[in-house]
Design a protein around this ligand. Structure first.
Ligand code: ADP
Ligand code: ASP
Ligand code: MG
Length: 469
C-alpha cells in the first residue's frame, strides 16, 4: 500500500487539482492507495488572517471569508461535473458556514484561543477533502471521506500538537482494517484531536506528517509527497534558480534540513517511518515523470562536500546575563517553561555557568507576549539584581550549510568564510554544528537570499546534481 500526500501547491488551481486526480488514478491502478490532502494553496493563510481580523474586531474578516467561499465554489463548479454537485455543494456550504459562525463568535468577544483557531483553520483541509472525494466518486471510483481527528490523537498543544503514537497507531489500524483494495480513503491532513475531543493541528505544513503517521501505523510500502518542485534540492529553488536535485538523502539529514528551514518537508515527518524503513519519495505534481528524491536510511553518494543550504528567518535572540550563580538553573528552568508555554521552540541554547549567562535563539512570532511574561516571572530576580542583564534582539537569520562528511571541516569552513567575507556582512556569529558536520551562522539581517546564492555558487558551481542515488 502507498500513502499519497498532495500539498496545497498541488491543488492550488482547478487544473492542478485535476492533475492530482489523474496521478491518484494511475497509482490506484498499480496498488492500494490512501490519499492525504492539504487545504487548497493559500487557504490556511487566509483562514489564519480571518481569525486575526476577527479577534481584532476588524470586519475585514468577512472579506476574507468571501474570498475563501468564492474559491471553493469555483472549484466545485469546475471540478465536479455531470450535475453531481448537489450533495457536495451542501457539504461545502455547511463547512463554509461553520467557518463564518465560529469567526462571528470571535469577532463579538474580540478574542480568540489557539483551540478556537485550530477548529477554524483545520476546515481548509475538510473543504479540499470533500472536493476530492466528490471528484473521485464522479469519476466512478469508490472513495471514502476519512476524518483524521477520529484517529490522530494528540495532546492539547493547539497549533502545534504532539501525537500520542500508542493510541493513534491502534486507531489507524482499526479504522483502515475494513478498507478494501478498490476503495480510496481520503484523509484531511494537518488535523488531529486531543483527549477532550477538541480539534488540534500538527503545525504548519503538517499534512506531510499525517501521511507518514498513517504509513507508519499501516506499515505501508512507501509514502509519496507530491509537491511543486522536483524533490529536495540543494537550496530553495525560489532563491537559487539552478538548485540541484538531491536524489537520495537519509532520514536524519532530511529532518535536519527541514528543521533548519527547508519547507519542502515537515521536520517531524521522518519519525513515524524511520524505524520501519519505509521510504518517502518527494515528487513533482507538475513533472510526474521525474524520479524525485528518495528519503531512506542509506547515505546518498554526494558529489559535493555539502548537501544543501538553508535558512531560518525572523528569529529572536533572548539573552540573560550576570546571573547569580545559585539561581542559574532555576532561571534557566523558568525561561524554558515559559518558552514551552508559548510554543516557542529552542533553536539554539547557550548556557554558560562560567559567564553566568543564558542565550536562546527562537522564533520571533509571539515573542513579545513571551518577553512580557518572562519579565513578570523574573521580577524579583531583576529587582534584586540577581539577573542584571536582560535583552532581546529581533530580525535575526540563521543560515545553515548541511555537510555530508566530518573529515574536511577546515577546508569547507574556509570556503564558507571566504564567501561570506566577500559579501561584507556585519554582525556574523558562527555556531557549532551537530556532529561536526553542519556549519551555521547567525546574521543580523532578515533577507538571506544573497548569502545563500553566493554559497550555492561556491559549492555547486555548475554541477548537475547534488548526488546520485
Ligand atoms: P506543499 O504545498 O506541497 O506542501 P510547500 O510549499 O510546503 O509545498 O513546500 C514546497 C516548497 O518548498 C517549494 O515550492 C520550495 O520553494 C520550498 N523549498 C524550500 N527549501 C527547499 C529545498 N531545499 N528543496 C526543495 N524545495 C524547497
Ligand atoms: N494547510 C496546512 C498549512 O498550510 C497544512 C499543510 O499544508 O501541510 O500549513
Ligand atoms: Mg508543505
Amino acid at each position: 500500500m502507498k500513502v499519497l500526500k498532495f500539498g496545497g501547491t498541488s491543488v492550488g488551481t482547478v487544473e492542478s487539482f485535476s492533475n492530482v486526480v489523474e496521478i491518484i488514478l494511475s497509482k490506484f491502478k498499480e496498488d492500494q492507495v490512501c490519499v492525504v490532502i492539504s487545504a487548497i494553496g493559500g487557504i490556511t493563510d487566509k483562514l489564519i488572517s480571518a481569525v486575526e481580523f476577527a479577534s481584532a474586531k476588524n470586519p475585514k474578516y468577512l472579506e476574507v471569508i468571501n474570498e475563501i467561499e468564492q474559491i471553493h465554489y469555483k472549484f466545485l463548479k469546475e471540478l465536479v461535473l455531470n450535475g453531481k454537485t448537489n450533495h457536495t455543494e451542501e457539504q461545502i456550504t455547511a463547512l463554509l458556514s461553520s467557518i463564518e459562525d465560529k469567526l462571528k463568535g470571535i469577532y463579538l468577544i474580540e478574542e480568540t484561543t489557539h483551540r478556537q483557531s485550530d477548529a477554524i483553520i483545520s476546515i481548509g483541509e475538510q473543504l479540499s477533502k470533500t472536493l476530492l472525494v466528490a471528484v473521485l466518486n464522479a469519476r466512478g471510483i469508490k472513495s471514502t471521506n476519512f476524518e483524521a481527528a477520529e484517529f490522530i490523537k494528540t495532546n492539547s498543544h493547539y497549533s502545534n500538537a504532539e501525537v500520542n503514537f500508542d493510541i493513534t497507531n491502534k486507531l489507524i489500524r482499526e479504522k483502515f482494517r475494513k478498507t478494501d483494495r478498490y476503495t480510496i480513503p481520503v484523509v484531511n491532513g494537518f488535523t488531529g484531536s486531543d483527549t477532550y475531543g477538541y480539534v488540534t493541528t500538527l503545525g504548519r505544513s503538517g499534512s506531510d506528517y499525517t501521511a507518514t503517521i498513517i504509513a507508519g501505523a499501516l506499515s505501508a510500502d512507501s509514502v509519496e509527497i507530491w509537491t511543486d518542485v522536483d524533490g529536495i534540492l540543494s537550496a530553495d529553488p525560489r532563491i537559487v534558480g539552478e538548485a540541484k536535485i538531491i536524489k537520495e538523502i537519509n532520514y536524519n539529514d532530511a529532518a535536519e534540513l527541514a528543521f533548519l528551514g527547508a519547507k519542502v518537508i515537515f521536520p517531524k515527518a521522518m519519525e513515524p517511518v524511520k524505524a520501519k524503513r519505509i521510504p518517502i519519495l518527494v515528487l513533482n505534481t507538475f513533472n510526474t515523470n521525474f524520479e524525485g528524491t528518495v528519503i531512506n536510511e542509506k547515505l546518498g553518494k554526494f558529489t559535493s562536500e555539502i548537501i544543501s543550504i538553508t535558512s531560518l528567518n525572523n528569529l529572536s535572540m533572548v539573552s540573560l546575563g550576570d546571573i547569580t550563580e545559585e539561581i542559574n538553573y532555576s532561571v534557566l528552568t523558568k525561561v524554558i517553561n515559559k518558552l514551552n508555554k508559548h510554543y516557542l521552540p529552542i533553536i539554539s541554547l547557550n548556557h554558560s555557568l562560567a559567564n553566568r549567562a543564558i542565550s536562546i535563539l527562537t522564533y520571533s512570532k509571539r515573542i513579545s507576549e513571551f518577553i512580557e511574561e518572562l519579565r513578570e516571572e523574573l521580577k524579583l530576580e531583576l529587582e534584586h539584581h540577581d539577573v542584571k542583564k536582560f535583552s532581546i534582539v529581533n530580525n535575526i537569520s540563521l543560515v545553515t550549510i548541511i555537510g555530508n562528511k566530518t573529515d574536511n571541516q577546515p577546508e569547507t569552513f574556509k570556503k564558507i568564510s571566504d564567501t561570506v567575507e566577500r559579501l561584507e556582512i556585519s554582525s556574523l556569529t558562527y555556531l557549532n554544528g551537530t556532529e561536526g558536520k553542519n556549519y551555521s551562522f547567525l546574521m543580523d539581517k532578515t533577507d538571506t537570499k544573497d548569502v545563500i546564492q553566493a554559497l550555492h555558487e561556491t559549492f555547486f558551481g555548475d554541477s548537475l546534481t547534488a548526488n546520485v542515488a
